[in-house]
Design a protein around this ligand. Structure first.
Ligand code: KG4
Ligand code: ZN
Length: 340
């Protein structure tokens, strides 16, 4: 019987069935399994919610078995379960929460309902000591948001996009250029050998205030650039990807500087799927160096959706975190566009 206690983290909010087991005392990640559904959704050019929830239902038990196997543990060794309850696709969330509730009932262990965005926000600190107060940037397929984080349970949304998320901007513009879903990683790869000054993508200024970002103009600019060229041969595609990537990253960098000037943050933390982007990782590091600020960039394996960040958040927020009652429901919260 292992001497330590172990927490299982589950995330089924979108198109990845993911689970991880962390040592509850040290926060060390003992296993982290992600079953990606990308191939299933590729033929539709985006995520189909019903297809996603069915795939979660099929994948969840094998993923759990694999997760225990990798950690060399048995289900009985688990001492707590953390599961994403919001935000996400409702059918997908329900698959994860139902599985978690059944397992918690069987094992008689506590269950924590976690917020997916908060899990991303704290993910750069997995297996690291968290530094407060920090400025957090979550950049994913569905969200682009800056947070002022004073402590595990005291954080404030201070900036966000008024339209598309950064990941959406990558994916939509990539689709216009004929690339498969999700376009972000492909743009990143093609951009390595392209000229980033060939096509202009401007930093958007939002009338509502400096704290807001906007990416919808990039899509229009992408369409116009693609219409202006005779043929999208390989060198042109690489230049397009490099320019697009520069445009998206410049928008984020501009806002990062805005939030860092005259601030009292002790660290910056970058997370979410788009945090995989090589240019973004490089540029935020150099901005932090300029501001002499410690820069925590999420490790690649914890950038896109994963169970480790969900279990980690439960450890960070425990014991104040609410207990997720066995009859509690998954929920889809719509984020307010207006910042308070
Ligand atoms: O966090 P995530 O796995 O899912 C959401 O919660 O949305 O993020 C997925 C997003 C997709 O839009 C994908 O294109 C983007 O992350 N992404 C990237 C890269 N890798 C993933 N975007 C740009 N460059 C990358 N290397
Ligand atoms: Zn996510």
């Amino acid at each position: 019987m292992p001497a330590s206690s172990y927490i299982l983290g589950i995330d089924t909010s979108c198109d990845d069935t993911s689970m991880a087991i962390l040592d509850q005392t040290t926060g060390k990640v003992l296993s982290n399994i992600v079953s990606s559904q990308i191939k299933l959704h590729q033929e539709f050019g985006g995520i189909v919610p019903e297809v996603a929830s069915r795939a979660h239902a099929e994948n969840i038990s094998p993923v759990f078995a694999e997760c225990l196997h990798q950690a060399q543990l048995k289900a009985e060794h688990l001492s707590a379960i953390a599961v994403t309850k919001t935000p996400g696709l409702i059918g997908c969330l329900l698959t994860g929460t139902s599985f978690a509730k059944g397992l918690a009932y069987r094992l008689n262990v506590p269950i924590y309902g976690m917020n997916h965005l908060m899990a991303h926000l704290f993910s750069p600190f997995i297996e690291q000591n968290v530094v407060y107060p920090f400025l957090g940037l979550v950049v994913s397929g569905g969200h682009t948001a800056f947070y002022h984080v004073e402590s595990a349970n005291d954080f404030r949304l201070i900036g966000q996009t008024v339209d598309d998320a950064a990941g959406e901007a990558f994916d939509k513009a990539a689709k216009l250029a004929g690339l498969d879903y999700p376009g972000g990683p492909l743009v990143d790869r093609l951009a390595q050998h392209g000229d980033d000054r060939r096509f202009e993508f401007k930093v958007a200024r939002v009338k509502m205030g400096e704290q807001y970002l906007s990416f919808s103009g990039l899509k229009t600019a992408a369409k116009q650039h693609l219409q202006s060229i005779e043929s999208l041969d390989e060198p042109t595609l690489k230049d397009f990807c490099a320019s697009l990537q520069k445009g998206i990253v410049d928008n984020l960098s501009y806002k990062l500087r805005y939030f860092l000037v005259n601030s009292h943050f002790k660290a910056f933390a970058l997370s979410g799927g788009v945090a995989m982007n090589s240019r973004l990782r490089r540029d935020v590091q150099s901005i932090c160096d300029e501001f002499q600020l410690p820069c925590f960039i999420c490790k690649p394996e914890f950038c896109t959706d994963n169970g480790a960040m969900v279990a980690h958040l439960a450890l960070v927020q425990h014991p104040q975190n609410e207990l997720f009652e066995l009859d509690a429901k998954a929920s889809v919260k719509i984020q307010a566009r207006q910042l308070k």
